[in-house]
Design a binder for this molecule. Structure first.
Ligand SMILES: [Zn+2]
Length: 648
């Protein structure tokens, strides 16, 4: 097997190593065996800035984020206006614009950049990001809305006779501008946001106690506001799939209107604006209507799907809607809405292999989408924090498995998909390092991408990174046993090689550590500065108190390995009957899949609606080495960050 590139090598081939200075030997593969063990650095670690340390060479989300910056900047257009290329193909390498994707998905990249900067401290491709930022701000009209402009500078979009503002695109721009606000605290962002939300309030269509936004008049993307004003204000309820998808509601309303709810709630929270929360409430009431997004009654006797967030069709769109409903439920402390979101999340968990983080793009389709997985990561974290469940084990599995496997990081493997490459094509592949799969099976990623997934995949790295360690009033919580340097404490994770986690305390008097569900609690051993401590649990958290600053806490427990069988039926793209059945035997070491075996060889996967269309990039191939029982160590420069980008 060809060796993966280290991060230094990736940056060397992309010609950018000099731009970011010394970076240490962090693995380009986010989880990769390296040098033999070296002693662990036990000296006091700084609470801010960067420092060198010897740490376990295990999953490092910050290293994945560094590669994601390469993917984000690399798939922007460097020659024309700096829009992202929606369609990137690895074999043969091509990057093409798509007429409609920018209006809804363009701002997703804008949200990702500050998240990746916060995780890494890297200024890689800062020049390209600046051009992109200027372009995005230049796309905001005098009325405050974000427009896809029609004209010669965007020759790929001839879908409309006039500029148009996609409603979901406004939502994603709200989230993006909030992300920048939380990153640099510049009050100009809030002024722009206030203007945009005011205009969204003005152009909404109000009925009874709810509101909606109409579909387009037949041009631009669906649910887009033409610059000259709405041409129709009735909600489309016809069967055309290209409009609102009603009555099958497979994608249109959940994605475009459901996806706008979360940003409105997040803005209302940031601005402490009751009027905006009221706007979000009216949209919530529309989305909760049975024919807005949910399965009609009758599919299972005694079950009312619309009361429990049960859906079919587009996974990403519906889970976006659930994120919005949960956010509104938390903002208003509405227990019914919080449990509705939980029910919907648990239903969504059944659509694929949740332990792996592989979820169907459309119900019954043998292809996943990274965007949907990103929503599941966010939902798992935020439901847990909302107190309506404990889904940290879910999140741990999503992140350790299909999230990081879904990122294209192996340049040699990408090159190997092509019999020959021109210099220009080779450069395209280098620019594609760090992107995320748009389609794929549990063992094989499709090599045609849709770059909504680049943005949402990178954000899904941010969510668990931020919430691995949280801190309040002298108490630190370690929610995930992932590597993380924070101002409050650092986590060194030896998983999945050894059941061992070392916490380097910096500020906390108390530390609560979530112990994964696969660990037998009777076997957990704890030492503080080398002295044994009794283990005391509250729920799933181990409680440690009366801790000294700079103390070192070592937790150990036996690893558990088990093999589980999963069966998936492929119904095609919204097809009526089973085309094929796939069986998988997956061996987990803790939450980490160390072996994934498919019943058949999967060398092709979906390209949009077409099955078996494109060659694949095999995944989970090199995980056997994760079954070793001694942990490889590495010396790295670690950045300490207390960033809280609350746009998600
Ligand atoms: Zn996507």
């Amino acid at each position: 097997m060809k060796k993966k590139l280290t991060r230094r090598e990736v940056l060397k081939v992309t010609g950018l190593a000099a731009a970011i200075g010394p970076i240490g030997a962090t693995s380009g593969a986010c989880e990769e065996a390296r040098a033999p063990a070296a002693p662990s650095g036990a000296a006091a670690r700084p609470s801010h800035g960067r420092y060198r340390a010897t740490v376990p060479d295990t999953l490092d989300l910050a290293a994945c984020a560094e590669l994601a910056i390469n993917g984000l900047a690399g798939t922007l257009d460097w020659e024309h206006v700096p829009e992202f290329y929606f369609r990137v193909t690895l074999a043969p390498p091509t990057m093409v614009h798509d007429a409609l994707s920018f209006c809804a998905c363009g701002p997703k990249y804008f949200e990702s950049f500050p998240m990746m900067r916060a995780m890494t401290g890297s200024d890689l491709y800062a020049d390209i990001e600046r051009r992109y930022r200027d372009y995005m701000l230049g796309s905001i009209g005098d009325d405050g809305l974000f427009y896809a402009k029609i004209g010669p500078e965007r020759p790929w979009d001839k879908t409309s006779p006039e500029d148009y503002a996609n409603i979901y695109g406004q939502g994603r721009m709200i989230r993006a501008m909030l992300a920048h606000y939380y990153y640099d605290h510049d009050p100009e962002w809030m002024k722009r946001l206030a203007k945009m939300v005011n205009k969204l309030r003005e152009v909404a269509v109000y009925k009874d106690d709810y509101l909606y936004y109409p579909t387009s008049p037949g041009y631009g993307d669906i649910f887009s506001y033409p610059k000259s004003g709405w041409k129709i204000t009735e909600l489309h309820r016809g069967p055309q799939e290209t409009m609102a998808d009603l009555p099958n509601h497979t994608m249109g309303i959940p994605t475009y209107l459901g996806g706008t709810l979360l940003p409105l709630v997040r803005y209302a929270e940031a601005a402490r604006d009751e009027k905006s929360l009221d706007l979000a409430g009216k949209l919530t009431r529309f989305l909760l209507m049975p024919d807005s997004a949910w399965i009609p009654d009758g599919y299972a006797k005694g079950v009312t799907p619309a009361a429990h967030g049960q859906f079919r069709g587009h996974f990403h769109g519906h889970t976006m809607t659930l994120r919005g409903i949960l956010a509104y439920g938390v903002a208003t402390n509405d227990t019914g809405l919080k449990t509705f979101a939980r029910d919907g999340y648990e239903f969504a968990r059944t659509m694929g292999i949740s332990r792996l983080g592989w979820f169907e793009e459309f119900t019954g389709k043998h292809s996943h989408e990274t965007c949907g997985l990103g929503n599941m990561v966010a939902l798992g974290i935020q439901l847990s924090e909302a107190g309506v469940g404990d889904y940290w084990d879910d999140v741990d599995g999503y992140v350790r498995n299909h999230l990081v496997e879904g990122q294209f990081i192996d340049l040699a493997k990408m090159k190997g998909l092509n019999p020959s490459l021109s210099a220009e094509q080779e450069k395209m592949l280098e620019r594609s390092i760090g992107t995320f799969a748009g389609w794929g099976t549990p063992v094989a990623l499709g090599t045609v991408m849709m770059n909504c997934c680049m943005a949402n995949g990178s954000q899904a790295l941010y969510y668990p990174w931020e919430r691995t360690v949280t801190y309040s009033d002298g108490t630190a919580r370690v929610n995930l046993l992932l590597n993380r340097a924070s101002p409050w404490l650092d986590v060194d994770s030896y998983l999945p090689y050894e059941g061992k986690v070392v916490l380097h305390n910096k500020q906390a008097g108390r530390i609560h550590v979530r112990i994964p569900g696969w660990v037998d609690r009777q076997t957990v051993r704890c030492e503080v500065d080398g002295k044994p401590r009794p283990t005391l649990f509250a729920g799933n958290f181990l409680l440690l108190d009366t801790l000294r600053v700079n103390s070192t806490i070592t937790l150990t427990f036996p690893m558990r390995e088990e093999t589980q069988k999963f069966v998936l039926d492929d119904y095609g793209h919204q097809g009526p009957q089973i085309l094929k059945t796939y069986t998988y035997d997956i061996t987990f070491r803790g939450s980490t899949a160390v072996k994934v075996v498919s019943s058949v060889e999967e060398t092709k996967t979906y390209e949009n609606r077409k099955p078996a269309a494109v060659p694949t990039y095999a995944v989970y191939q090199d995980r056997g080495q994760l079954r070793k029982t001694s942990t490889p160590m590495k010396s790295v420069e670690r950045g300490v960050s207390d960033a809280r980008i609350l746009s998600w």
